[in-house]
Design a protein around this ligand. Structure first.
Ligand SMILES: [Zn+2]
Length: 97
């Protein structure tokens, strides 16, 4: 059951691609509505995507190659940082123990 209101004559049509009264294509307005919803969802997803991983993923898929290189460089630096931090923690625990 899918009632679509005709944008031209405001008649409700059930499961039709064109208006039964004036013949106006109803799929255009329906598609536009879907697109607007999609755009709003995308905007919400982007605004909630503020964590480090989201930024990294966006940089990795960036159009400019240097940005992608920077993203992979950042990942390497981050892995080295985690490794060094773990090492320091291990050394400290050995000295403390
Ligand atoms: Zn109509």
């Amino acid at each position: 059951m899918n009632y679509i209101k005709c944008p031209n004559c405001s008649k409700f049509n059930l499961n039709r691609e064109d208006c039964a009264v004036c013949g106006t294509s109803l799929m255009i307005s329906e598609n536009r509505k879907q697109k607007q919803l999609q755009e709003r969802d995308d905007a919400l997803a982007k605004s909630s995507e503020t964590d480090k991983n989201g930024i990294y993923e966006r940089m990795k898929n960036h159009n400019l190659a240097p940005v992608r290189w920077l993203a992979s460089g950042m990942k390497s630096i981050w892995l080295v940082f985690i490794g060094v931090t773990t090492l320091i923690a291990l050394i400290l625990s050995v000295f403390a123990g």
